[in-house]
Design a protein around this ligand. Structure first.
Ligand SMILES: Cc1cc2nc3c(=O)[nH]c(=O)nc-3n(C[C@H](O)[C@H](O)[C@H](O)COP(=O)(O)O)c2cc1C
Length: 318
């Protein structure tokens, strides 16, 4: 009997639905026991987010300074054969409850030396957040064997409006009488994510715990959009700079911090409608002239599961 731990946190329920779709085949298996562990912040984060609270959270996200979470209700002597960590992105970083868990003593005990699958559900920018998760897993001594990314498939120029609208209002759309589509990861993508659970359910019972090979290669677990690498890198640098400044102005909610934050929000909106689309277009135009570099970057960010889809095509054909 193999034991799988699934660690997750979700505000709207989107990531919970993704986790359910992926883990159902594991729960259906008679050879796998699934232990479900929801991360619970000691003081819950609001949903929908009040406008200022939303933006005031980014300095702590980028500087990995989370509020505490409750310890998971798992006995100290229980060992797992596989751990799935499902998280969402907050300001190009893993969400604060996810960081709190990965920094905890309990994470060290549960994850050290274990095979890990990471799963991200977000708008469309997850590359830098996954870099941070990889660093934290390395520090713990855990082995990342697979990564699944389920971003929103709607174009980024639309989700830059619809996703904030959703998390700031709680209304998921469609908006403006259908002019803007429903926010969030597409239902069809959530549904077909069960293919990852099926692949794990087939292979895990036959694997040893020291096996660190991918189980999800060829299943289209990840798609890397190279045009976004530049935007994410610049965005993260800018968040880091402004985050340092804002943290020097006091704790979240402080009055001096609010004044500087107002300037920052104006700066951010200006960046989003000017610099970000320009970088995006430049990257798209220049990509054909640097094919080797683009291929290298794609391979790096898509690891360890890769972008290939040949096992899906094979499933459809057979
Ligand atoms: C504070 C905050 C910041 C976010 N920042 C990002 C981001 O940088 N990149 C991204 O792709 N999605 C971002 N999102 C969207 C989330 O990753 C996620 O898709 C959404 O909040 C739904 O997750 P849920 O399952 O917790 O409801 C952000 C959401 C929130 C609430």
């Amino acid at each position: 009997m193999k034991r799988v731990l699934i660690i997750w946190f979700s505000q709207s329920g989107q990531l919970r639905d993704i986790v359910e779709s992926i883990t159902q085949p594991l729960r259906d298996s008679t050879m796998i026991e699934v232990v479900d562990a929801e991360l619970k912040p000691v003081k819950p984060y609001p949903f929908p987010w009040p406008f200022w609270r939303f933006f005031d959270t980014f300095p702590e996200c980028i500087h990995a300074d989370p509020d505490p979470i409750q310890p998971l209700n798992i006995a100290d002597d229980v060992e797992f054969d596989l751990i799935i960590i499902a998280y969402q992105v907050w300001f190009l970083s893993p969400s604060l409850p996810t960081i709190a868990f990965l920094q905890s003593e309990q994470a060290k005990r549960l994850l050290n030396g274990k095979p890990i699958v990471t799963l991200v559900g977000c708008r469309n920018m997850w590359l830098m957040a996954q870099e941070r998760v990889k660093e934290l897993l390395n520090q713990i001594g855990a082995h990342l064997i697979d990564h699944i990314a389920l971003p929103e498939r709607t174009h980024g120029a639309v989700t830059v409006i619809t996703t904030p609208w959703w998390v700031l209002s709680g209304n998921r759309g469609p908006y403006l009488k259908g002019f803007l589509p429903r926010a969030g990861v597409w239902e069809s993508d959530i549904h077909t994510a069960s293919r990852f659970g099926k692949a794990i359910a087939t292979q895990l019972p036959l694997r040893s715990i020291s096996d660190t090979h991918s189980m999800l290669k060829g299943l289209g677990a990840v798609t890397v959009h190279p045009e976004l690498i530049g935007s994410e890198t610049i965005g993260r640098r800018s968040f880091r700079l402004w985050g340092t400044l804002l943290r020097a102005c006091g704790r979240p909610g402080g009055s001096l911090r609010r004044v500087v934050l107002s300037i920052y929000v104006l700066f951010l909106i200006t960046m989003l409608v000017t610099v970000v689309p320009i970088i995006f277009m430049l990257k798209t135009l220049l990509a054909p002239f640097t094919p080797a570099r683009v291929a290298r970057q794609r391979q790096y960010f898509a690891a360890p599961s890769g972008e290939l889809m040949e096992r899906i095509i094979h499933q459809v054909e057979s």
